[in-house]
Design a protein around this ligand. Structure first.
Ligand code: HGY
Ligand code: MN
Ligand code: MN
Length: 392
């Protein structure tokens, strides 16, 4: 399996060069380099005798086996964050195609979701929500981009997963330090933590930096800055919480002008939904307080309220048995990162297998994966498919 694992890594690194931003890996929803990624993977799929299509959401779909046979879906996402690494998402798709090379007995559909990160529109999971028929009103926002790419939004119902689908399996890098700390190659995900995303606006008054006395200012950035330190402090009040302000736009954004307007993102995650919701309420209140002190008006828009999602217990057991037969120790863990599996799981029994992230680094060009861990995942995956075929 190590040769196949090395082929998987070579492929992921090659695909990471297909980017909107030369010199760094950035590939957002239905961007031009997505066509190159599709072409590369479709060629490999065709060499394996798979049938392929691009659905109306831009998801790459490849089927091994009979169209009417019970199938396992192996999927992840093909889009990336800005200045990404080479493995987040795409490893799960490439590894799925590599598993087809082992000629599994049962039908396998490999799905490359078109959008999971939420970079283009601020809300994530567009591909997997089309796959599960849960795009809702967001279809109005994404429809023009779908048309511009040459696809037809009216065809979105045909993007839904086949009724022959029996289970969903996602291979993904852990994106954190736990497996490396435990010196283990693989982890089985028990639950994906819940996630809230907001867009906040701080509206003050731009003015001359030299002539406006400090007590007469409505400085939007000073308000946002005070709030951001509160965000950083919030886990002290809500144990187990992670909260991040990752995006900040300042207007007019000039050295000698008091900032009049700030747009900031908020990403809040916790394993327990009530704690996450309380933390969000507290942090939005603190944003208002920081604004009020300065005559700055604070508003917010919610972009995502994604509940925590448990993975399917039977599939987790199946994965654990496959790992045992393959001779690999397994660690059960939660996922702090969001994944397409959390969108699919309410509709189809779903499971995730994590691969160790060397250095615990992700959403960064230094993101990496070890060939021996990819070989381990392929071996466990092959055993999983083999035994699942007979599980009936
Ligand atoms: O943000 C996340 O958790 C994932 O990487 N999309
Ligand atoms: Mn990601
Ligand atoms: Mn991912």
């Amino acid at each position: 399996m190590i040769a196949l694992a090395e082929k998987v890594i070579r492929c992921c690194r090659h695909l990471s060069t297909m980017t909107e931003a030369p010199g760094r890996t950035t590939r957002t929803f239905l961007s031009p380099p997505m066509r190159d990624v599709h072409a590369e993977l479709i060629q490999w799929m065709h060499e394996l005798g798979m049938s392929t299509r691009i659905d109306a959401a831009g998801n790459l779909r490849g089927l091994w086996g009979d169209d009417h046979a019970a199938r396992v879906i192996i999927g992840s996402h093909l889009d990336t964050v800005p200045n990404a690494g080479a493995f987040d998402g795409i490893l799960g798709v490439v590894l799925g195609i590599a598993l087809v090379e082992t000629k599994p007995e049962m039908a396998v559909e490999v799905v490359g979701f078109s959008e999971e990160e939420g970079v283009r529109f601020g809300f994530p999971f567009v591909g997997s929500r089309a796959f599960t028929g849960t795009l809702g009103q967001d279809v109005d926002t994404v429809a023009p981009a779908i048309r511009a790419y040459g696809l037809d939004p009216d065809e979105l119902p045909a993007a839904r997963f086949s009724p022959c689908s029996a289970a969903y399996l996602e291979f993904h890098i852990e994106q954190g330090p736990i497996l490396e700390h435990l010196n283990l190659p693989l982890g089985i995900v028990d639950r994906i933590v819940g996630q809230s995303r907001y867009q906040l606006s701080f509206t003050g008054n731009a003015n001359h930096a030299g002539t406006t006395p400090m007590h007469l200012r409505n400085d939007a950035l000073a308000a946002a800055a005070e709030w951001i330190t509160e965000v950083e402090r919030s886990p002290a009040e809500f144990a187990g919480l992670v909260a991040t302000v990752g995006l900040l736009n300042v207007t007019p954004n000039a050295v000698n002008i008091v900032p009049g307007e700030v747009h900031a993102s908020l990403d809040v995650r916790h394993a327990l939904d009530p704690v996450r919701h309380s933390a969000c309420k507290s942090l939005l209140g603190k944003a208002n307080d920081a604004g009020q002190k300065r005559g700055v008006v604070v508003t917010h828009e919610i972009r995502l309220d994604q509940p925590a999602v448990p993975m399917d217990a039977n599939l987790r057991d199946h994965l654990a048995k496959a790992a045992e037969i393959a001779g690999y120790p397994i660690h059960h863990m939660d996922s702090g990162a969001g994944h397409d599996a959390m969108i699919v799981a309410p509709h189809l029994p779903s499971a995730m297998l994590f691969l160790r992230s060397p250095g615990g680094i992700s959403h960064h060009p230094d993101e990496n994966v070890l060939a021996e861990d990819v070989a381990a995942a392929l071996t466990v995956g092959a055993h999983f498919l083999g035994s699942y075929a007979h599980a009936g």
